[in-house]
Design a protein around this ligand. Structure first.
Ligand code: THU
Length: 301
């Protein structure tokens, strides 16, 4: 992969080298037999926010943006559209231009810290994520998201940058994909005209049933019910009191609020909590980590 770097913000050579290796692997994994090129701008949060506002009408900073040169037909990725890529051939670089990527370096470093990854893994991950978009991958529909995640992890493990499985934040147990998908669906039902912060939740009973919930706001703000409590109350009102896991879907990965932690603790102090947001890795914690030294039914026995 030929990369034209636009280094508006500095990043270590070690990261750049890993990114270049991962970029080459993207073409190999996708099965593209000819050279391709991209531009990669490394900038700060303020600049990525400006670019996001200008081109996508979203006035927020983010980790990575990608602008593909090819409009792939629905459901198709680069390997199936090589004729479209070849139209982007550029004599100057002797390669087919896939598009532009913008990465916020401060955002990348903060995420590496938050997820317990090295900055090398996080910067390579963001570039691979951007290149996957330039190759036609997307994460709007659940099936597409899973295909994109699988592709990203295959590429990163081929260059020995797989997730650090020792890290609890990146979990060693398999995510409950069915529960996570149900939380994402439930998020669509959110009634949140005041905060404009939709949240969905899905809770799994010991019997294996799933109950979903969304946040339901009220003009009298204090009466708002969170997604997690909606899901718990729906399940309890149907006679289910024992739970193994809950998944939460929101605009960014967030853990249940204090009130919801206490309500979950009432029924399932050992529950597993998954959190998910589009464009972020799924994360898991136990309620015992989120609400240590809890007060609950055990104290009243
Ligand atoms: N919210 C939830 O649904 N779950 C949480 O754990 C935190 C917050 C909702 C409540 C409100 O509708 C919106 O998010 C903003 O606080």
């Amino acid at each position: 992969m030929k990369i034209e770097w636009i280094p508006d913000y500095p990043l270590d050579d070690e990261c750049i080298q890993a990114m270049e290796k991962a970029a080459d692997q993207c073409l190999i994994s996708e099965g593209i037999p000819f050279p391709c090129s991209i531009t990669v701008r490394l900038c700060d949060d303020e600049n990525i926010r400006r670019i996001n506002a200008l081109h996508r009408n979203i006035n927020l900073s983010t980790d990575v943006l990608s602008f593909p040169s090819v409009a792939y037909p629905a459901g198709k990725t680069a390997s199936a559209c090589q004729h479209l890529l070849q139209k982007e051939y550029d004599d100057e670089t002797s390669a087919c231009f896939l598009g532009d990527i913008v990465i916020s370096v401060p955002h990348c470093l903060a995420q590496a810290n938050e997820f317990g990854h090295s900055k090398v893994r996080e910067s390579a991950y963001l570039l691979v994520h951007g290149i996957c978009h330039l190759m036609g991958y997307d994460h709007i529909k659940e099936v597409e998201r899973l295909a994109m995640r699988k592709m990203e992890e295959n590429i990163l493990s081929s260059v020995s940058l797989e997730r650090n499985m020792e890290d609890p934040a990146t979990q060693t147990i398999q995510p409950d994909e069915e529960l996570i998908a149900a939380a994402r669906e439930a998020m669509k039902m959110s009634y949140s005209p005041y905060s404009r912060y939709p949240v969905g939740a899905a809770i799994r009973t010991e019997e294996g049933r799933i109950f979903t919930g969304c946040n339901i706001e009220n003009a009298s703000f204090g009466l708002t019910n969170c997604a997690e409590r909606t899901a718990v109350f729906k399940a309890v009102s149907e006679g289910f009191h024992r739970f193994t896991a809950i998944a939460i879907a929101a605009l960014h990965p967030s853990w249940p609020c204090g009130a919801c932690r206490q309500v979950l603790n009432e029924f399932a102090p050992g529950i597993t909590v998954w959190t998910t947001a589009e464009g972020y890795p799924v994360r898991m914690k136990k309620l015992t980590e989120l609400l240590p030294e809890s007060f609950g039914p055990k104290d009243l026995q």
